[in-house]
Write a protein that binds this ligand. Structure first.
Ligand SMILES: [Ca+2]
Ligand SMILES: [Ca+2]
Ligand SMILES: [Cu+2]
Length: 374
C-alpha cells in the first residue's frame, strides 16, 4: 500500500522501499509527513490482496437488458442486447459501519449534513420559483413517513417529508440514531456522497448495465433476480413493503424499514439485496428513453457508460442519476422496482430513507481471482 499525503491539495506519493516517488513542486521534500511515513513500515503494492475483500468477480458477458413482461415500465423498454466487461462488485450494500469508517478517516460531511445552497437548488426548478424560508434550507434530508390511511399514490409528497436534521447518522430525523443498525445499508446519502466514499475506498460506482448484469445473477430474461415468482414457496426473497402502501406495513418479511445486509438470499452470483432493501446509486445519468436510444445505436451497447446528460419529462429542469434495485418501500402491486430491469432517476443531491449504494471495480485495476494462484 502506498501512503498518500496531500500538500497544497496536490497529492504526493511516498512509498517506502520504492525508488520512484511523485512529488509536486510545492511540497517540501522532507516535510514532517514524509519523515513520519519513512519511520513506519508500510505495505508495498504487491501485498494487495488478489481478491478485493467483500467483492465478487463478475465475468463479463452479453445479456438482455430491460424487461418487456407485463407490468414492466416504459423506461425499461425495449430490451437491448448489451455486453459488459468483467468487473468486481460489492457483495452487499455499503453498511453504516463501513460508511462510518470513511467519515472518521476523512471528516467528510455528507450533502444532508450541509446547509442547502439555494443558488444550486433553484437551477433544478422552474424559473421564478420563489425561495423557501431560510429555516427549510438548514441541513436535512427526505424521510419516509407512513400515512395515516390510504392516499392518492401519485402524491409522493404525502409520504416523503423534508426533515431538518435527518442524515445518514439520523436516518429518520434528528432524534433517531444508528443503534443496532451497523450492519444495515447506509441511507440518506446523495450520489455525491456515494462517489466520495467509492473514491476513498479505491473503487467506483457500477454503471447501470453492470448493475443489472450483476443483479440478474446469471439468469436470462427473468422477472426477478431469482426467477419469475415473487416468493420461493413461503420464503420471502427480498425486503419489500408487504401490506397496503403507504399506510399499513404488515412486516411479513420481517422488516418494516431496512434489513441487515445478507439477511435475504443471495442471487446466483452471491450478491445480496440486489432487489429490495435499498436502491443503489449507479454512475450513469438517467434518461427515461435510454433503452430506446441504445436500440437505435448498437455501438452504445458495448460497456455502456450511460447517456451524456439526464432527461426526464416529468422533471425537465432536474438532473438525475440512475438508481436501481428498489427498496423496502416497493410494493408488489405498486412499483415492483425490485425487478433487475426496474430503473429510476434521482437527483444526485438527494438522500432518502431508501437509497444507498454499493461499489464496483474495473477489471484493469485489480487482478482477477484466477491470478491469485499464479
Ligand atoms: Ca419489509
Ligand atoms: Ca437493493
Ligand atoms: Cu418502489
Amino acid at each position: 500500500m502506498t501512503l498518500i499525503i496531500t500538500f497544497c491539495a496536490v497529492p504526493v506519493w511516498v512509498a517506502r522501499g520504492e525508488e520512484k516517488s511523485e512529488r509536486s513542486c510545492c511540497a517540501a521534500p522532507s516535510g514532517r509527513a514524509a519523515i513520519l511515513a519513512a519511520l513506519h513500515p508500510v505495505a508495498t503494492k504487491a501485498e494487495k490482496p488478489a481478491i478485493p475483500e467483500g467483492m465478487v468477480w463478475i465475468a463479463g458477458g452479453e445479456f438482455s437488458m430491460g424487461c418487456e413482461l407485463p407490468g414492466a415500465k416504459l423506461n425499461e423498454r425495449p430490451i437491448v442486447r448489451v455486453r459488459v466487461d468483467g468487473f468486481w462488485i460489492d457483495e452487499h450494500d455499503v453498511t453504516n459501519a463501513e460508511f462510518r469508517k470513511f467519515t472518521e478517516a476523512t471528516g467528510y460531511k455528507t450533502t444532508a449534513e450541509r446547509p442547502v445552497d439555494w443558488e444550486e437548488i433553484k437551477k433544478q426548478l422552474a424559473p421564478g420559483t420563489p425561495k423557501p424560508p431560510d429555516e427549510f434550507l438548514r441541513p436535512g434530508s427526505m424521510v419516509f413517513k407512513p400515512t395515516a390511511g390510504p392516499v392518492d399514490l401519485k402524491e409522493m409528497a404525502g409520504w416523503w417529508t423534508w426533515t431538518i436534521g435527518a442524515s445518514w447518522q439520523h436516518p429518520t430525523g434528528p432524534h433517531s440514531n444508528l443503534d443496532g443498525l451497523d450492519e444495515h445499508p447506509v441511507v440518506q446519502v446523495s450520489w455525491d456522497d456515494a462517489v466520495a466514499y467509492a473514491k476513498w475506498a479505491g473503487k467506483r460506482l457500477p454503471t447501470e448495465a453492470e448493475w443489472e448484469f450483476a443483479a440478474r445473477g446469471g439468469l436470462e430474461g427473468k422477472r426477478f433476480a431469482w426467477g419469475d415468482e415473487f416468493k420461493s414457496g413461503e420464503k420471502f426473497m427480498v425486503n419489500t413493503w408487504t401490506g397496503d402502501f403507504p399506510y399499513k406495513n404488515t412486516k411479513e418479511d420481517g422488516y418494516e424499514r431496512t434489513s441487515p445486509v445478507k439477511t435475504f438470499p443471495a442471487n446466483g452470483y452471491g450478491l445480496f439485496d440486489m432487489g429490495g432493501n435499498v436502491w443503489n446509486w449507479c454512475s450513469d445519468w438517467y434518461r427515461v428513453d435510454t433503452h430506446a436510444r441504445m436500440k437505435l445505436d448498437p455501438s452504445s451497447c458495448q460497456n455502456p457508460q450511460g447517456p451524456k446528460s439526464s432527461y426526464s419529462p416529468e422533471h425537465p429542469n432536474q438532473t438525475e442519476r440512475v438508481t436501481k434495485g428498489g427498496s423496502f418501500l416497493c410494493h408488489v402491486d405498486y412499483c415492483e422496482s425490485y425487478r433487475p430491469a426496474a430503473r429510476r432517476g434521482t437527483p444526485p443531491d438527494t438522500g432518502m430513507s431508501h437509497i444507498g449504494f454499493r461499489c464496483a471495480l474495473s477489471e484493469v485495476s485489480t487482478p482477477k481471482p484466477m491470478d491469485k494462484n499464479k
